[in-house]
Design a protein around this ligand. Structure first.
Ligand code: PFF
Length: 454
């Protein structure tokens, strides 16, 4: 690549922009439909300790290393690994796996995001207002089993995400996340305060935080590690891609730590916005689509001005999903446009078409393709399994090994200290040692256990 081209490469323009975009990637549906329920059902405060340990021991070091590699190479994820690895070694395959994982996650994530978008409009229209979960359940079923609705909402999501990416990195991703992230916090705080003020809210807080260490089983350890990866968007080239847009003077460990803490804060606030209200109106806690699309509308229908809060809630979930999807789609778009020299707009459209095809398999899995199964799973479950249970951990192991054993301490230290201008030698030493010995082994054990190998 010529010097001129290098200079013209788009990137995040301000420190706040870096933070907003990276946090935008971390915060997503995971904070709303996975974290709160997993915490509540897996030992409350006990689970939080395990999750924090997984995040600090494995999540944060891998996140730091991915961002560092990306910023050092200032290239798309595949080119970055070609640039940084010794000549002729196939480390770039790690990024190819990342591209595949990003596309698979997008295929099912856009479907769920489509339902969330649809619910903003349905909430505005008032059609979801019923306190009877049987009614809200029927409304949800009729939406997902209608192939036209399922596809159209997924396409709406794809067009929104594609439209933002077409504007570029600084004018698209950065500009949008800088505006949306503060709004997300505002909505969360309003909903959290509302939920806490309801009579009977204490039961929800108790469900979320009451420590019960007897629930910390091997399965819970697995979930905590998986969640830490999914939450921080690591192990699949996303953070490497965003790292390539980081400014040279950005303090990477501090940024990563802030993103991790803010993401945790969002997850906790989401739990506080959801479960006190769920318990206050006597509903059973739950997770996934049932919680989001069946229980929550019924909870809001019980509240005075419930419609307003329902719109706020689905708007919040839409914002969270948008930031995450921008980072997911940016991985293949940047690889294809930079590596192959294709024009960014054409590459974006190509990926949208690819995802419309790939995603339709997921979107229609409750209707037309409901009996299509591969390896005993629907396409939705298969993509989820391959991306989060296989490709993400393999990516995490490979990246840790690459930095710890191939790239080496000196290069890592120089890159992480911004060429020696930051005095963070001790921290670099700790992160490097963890990457070399701790994270690859831990991730491997957890992955094999998850696959039922032992
Ligand atoms: N971190 C996002 C969430 O919690 O919903 C999901 C995600 C985004 C995973 C980007 C992976 C990724 F590369």
């Amino acid at each position: 690549m010529t010097q001129e081209k290098k200079k013209a490469r788009d990137g995040f323009s301000s420190s706040f922009g870096v933070l907003a975009a990276t946090l935008g990637s971390a915060v997503g549906l995971g904070n709303i439909w996975l974290f709160p329920y997993l915490t509540g059902s897996s030992g409350g405060a006990g689970f939080l300790i395990v999750y924090l340990a997984a995040t600090l021991l494995v999540g944060l070091p891998v996140m730091i290393s991915e961002i560092t590699l990306g910023r050092q190479a200032k290239a798309d994820a595949v080119s970055a690994m070609i640039k940084l690895a010794p000549k002729g070694r196939p480390w770039w395959l790690v990024s190819v796996f990342g591209v595949l994982a990003a596309l698979m996650i997008m295929a099912f994530y856009t479907e769920v995001a489509g339902w969330v978008f649809a619910y903003v409009f349905k909430a505005i229209g008032g059609s979801l207002l019923s306190t009877d979960p049987k009614v809200t359940s029927a409304a949800f079923d009729s939406m997902v089993s209608d192939p036209v609705q399922a596809l159209v909402w997924q396409w709406v999501v794809l067009v929104v995400i594609g439209g933002i990416l077409l504007m570029g990195v600084s004018k698209g991703i950065e500009a949008v996340t800088k505006r949306l992230m503060p709004l997300l916090f505002l909505l969360l705080i309003v909903l959290g305060v509302r939920s806490l003020m309801l009579p009977g809210a204490a039961a929800g807080i108790n469900f979320l935080f009451h420590p019960d260490f007897s629930k910390i089983t091997a399965q819970v350890l697995l979930s905590a590690m998986g969640l830490a990866f999914f939450k921080l968007s690591i192990g699949m080239a996303t953070m490497m891609t965003y790292g390539s847009y980081f400014r040279d003077d950005q303090n990477i460990p501090v940024t990563a730590f802030r993103v991790m803490s803010a993401d945790l804060f969002v997850s906790l606030l989401a739990g506080i916005a959801i479960f006190p209200a769920v318990f206050a109106y006597g509903f059973a806690p739950g997770s996934g689509p049932k919680l989001l699309f069946i229980t929550i509308p019924a909870v809001f229908a019980n509240m005075p001005f419930g419609n307003v809060f329902m719109v706020a809630f689905f708007l919040l979930a839409s914002i969270a999903a948008i930031g995450a999807m921008l980072s997911l789609l940016e991985v293949p778009v940047s690889v294809m446009s930079e590596r192959f020299g294709w024009k960014r707009p054409a590459t974006t459209v190509l990926n949208l078409v690819l995802l419309a095809v790939l995603g339709s398999g997921c979107a229609l899995s409750a209707s037309l393709t409901s009996d299509v199964e591969l390896f005993g799973m629907t396409l939705f479950d298969l993509f989820d399994f391959v991306s989060t249970k296989l490709l993400m951990p393999i990516g995490g192991i490979a990246l840790s090994l690459f930095v710890g054993w191939v790239w080496g301490r000196d290069r890592f230290a120089a890159a992480l200290s911004n060429g020696g201008t930051l005095d963070n030698g001790r921290l670099v030493g700790v992160v490097y040692t963890v990457l070399r010995y701790v994270s690859p082994l831990l991730i491997l054990v957890v992955m094999l256990k998850g696959l039922g190998v032992f």
